[in-house]
Design a protein around this ligand. Structure first.
Ligand code: TRP
Length: 465
């Protein structure tokens, strides 16, 4: 996956010309890379816990609507902008704006996108570190005989230990930037080929286990019965923010990946497949987790600790649980790593192309900054847990700022840029959809329904209607 982008981008070495940036070796590799970016902690960790916090079915329905009406059209637009611009997000916006004769200030959308990805990575790495702690614990039988209470205590102990959190978080950052910096070309692409299907199969096994031992139907009702009285305005915004987060939108990731996409590949088809795979993994994660939550008398709205508390109970009891549990957390760590790579690539491409520094320097520079910032998230769970802004810890604030504010606003800007600043002809050529009706459908969606959807959610959240 992104080792291609790495290999290609390293040949740029500081100049922003499109020659020499290189391309993915095939459409399949792009699909793997984009799916590797999309499928991550968002699907397996975040989706279940925010669904729990926001009351279930109605939230899921709004989330699915957001994916369809906002996520997919925007995903296509971002890949298109990247491919047409053949540069880092700021460079791509700048180029397209120039060609269209639009204001040069559109480029700020790219800069903000890069910053969003950077901020997300600083807390994403810490959470991914939890999986690194849980994998060896599972393999060594550490989950045997856990119940709701002792499992909660185990997770609480991890969060209370800043050294462990910082250690694992640093390890994730080092691995991410090491891979991005060195460009392990074969390794990552090859491993993705079996890791992503592997994760899928493990999820199916867990769903099977949950179906046979947990309160499966209660979970199905929880996930799919839409009771809108349980969903507040805040919940609608969370659903929208998550649609952005889970598809890696409004943060430069899909744009940068699109910038390495060969001409002639169908952006529409590939984007649809990526969104489909991503949604499937999230729903399967919900079906694996909630039956166990209910069977063990746990609280679905428990928050960020949800999967780290419930799944270990299952692993401690099921046959072969040590192995399945170990594999699960290893896979989760790897799914997180492929996402983390996509989160860092925009920053690296931006630093090296904009400031003309080498890729190596860009990696070092962002590594130091990310590491420092990640400590804020680490301390949110222990030393600084009492220090809050509007009732939110540093981690919660960062998550809220990026996912619920920066991503929707950045996404809105990108949609308006594509639908209103660029001409229909430019966009149609850049997207390369042959069927005019299909293009027309997407174009109208992008110009009207997508921006209106984002706006409505915002105004709704502000309590304006
Ligand atoms: N989509 C990933 C997930 O669901 C997270 C992610 C990867 C991401 N790249 C991103 C989120 C870029 C925002 C922006 O876990």
């Amino acid at each position: 996956m992104s080792q291609d982008s790495i290999a290609v981008a390293s040949s740029v070495d500081g100049n922003s010309s499109s020659e020499g940036r290189g391309l993915w070796s095939s459409r399949w590799v792009f699909f793997l890379a984009a799916t590797g970016s999309a499928v991550g902690l968002g699907n397996i960790w975040k989706f279940p816990y925010i669904t729990g916090e926001n009351g279930g079915g109605a939230f899921v329905l709004v989330y699915l609507a957001c994916i369809l009406v906002i996520g997919i059209p925007l995903l296509m637009a971002e890949v298109m902008i990247g491919r047409r611009g053949r540069a880092n997000p700021e460079g791509a916006f700048a180029l397209l704006a120039k060609v269209a004769g639009a204001s040069r200030h559109w480029r700020w959308l790219g800069t903000v996108a890069v910053l969003t990805g950077f901020l997300i990575l600083s807390f994403y790495a810490v959470v991914a570190g939890w999986a690194l702690d849980y994998a060896p614990a599972a393999l060594s039988g550490g989950f045997a005989g856990l119940d709701g209470e002792s499992s909660g205590a185990l997770f609480g102990a991890l969060l209370a230990d800043p050294w462990k959190l910082a250690g694992y978080g640093s390890l994730v950052l080092a691995l991410t930037l090491g891979i991005v910096g060195l460009g392990v070309r074969e390794g990552l692409e090859r491993s993705l080929r079996f890791l992503m299907p592997g994760l899928f199969v493990l999820l199916l096994i867990l769903v099977g286990y949950a179906a046979t031992t947990g309160h499966f139907m209660q979970a199905v009702h929880f996930l799919f019965d839409a009771d809108f009285s349980k969903l507040g305005g805040q919940g609608v915004l969370v659903a929208l923010g998550h649609a952005f987060f889970t598809l890696s939108l409004a943060s430069g990731a899909m744009m940068v990946y699109g910038s390495y996409l060969p001409a002639g590949t169908s952006i529409a088809r590939t984007s649809l497949l990526v969104a489909l795979a991503d949604t499937l993994v999230a729903l399967l994660a919900g079906l694996a987790i909630f039956p166990l939550v209910f069977a063990n008398g746990l609280e679905p709205g428990a928050g960020p600790g949800l999967i780290f508390v419930t799944l270990p109970i299952a692993f401690g009891q099921m046959p072969l649980g040590q192995l399945v549990g170990g594999l699960f957390f290893i896979m989760l760590a790897i799914a997180a790593l492929t996402s983390a790579i996509s989160l860092s690539e925009p920053t690296i491409a931006w630093l090296s192309e904009k400031f003309g520094i080498s890729r190596f320097k860009a990696v070092l520079l962002s590594g130091v900054a990310l590491w420092l910032l990640s400590l804020g998230t680490v301390f949110s769970f222990n030393a600084w847990s009492e220090i809050t802004l509007f009732g939110k810890t540093f981690f919660d604030s960062l998550d809220y700022l990026t996912t619920n504010l920066m991503m929707p606003l950045g996404g809105l800007g990108t949609v308006l840029f594509t639908g209103w600043a660029l001409s229909r002809k430019t966009v149609q050529e850049a997207l390369g959809i042959e069927q005019p009706q299909l293009f027309g459908l997407w174009w109208q969606l992008l110009r009207w329904l997508t921006p209106l959807g984002i706006l409505i959610v915002f105004l709704h959240t502000l309590g304006l209607f």
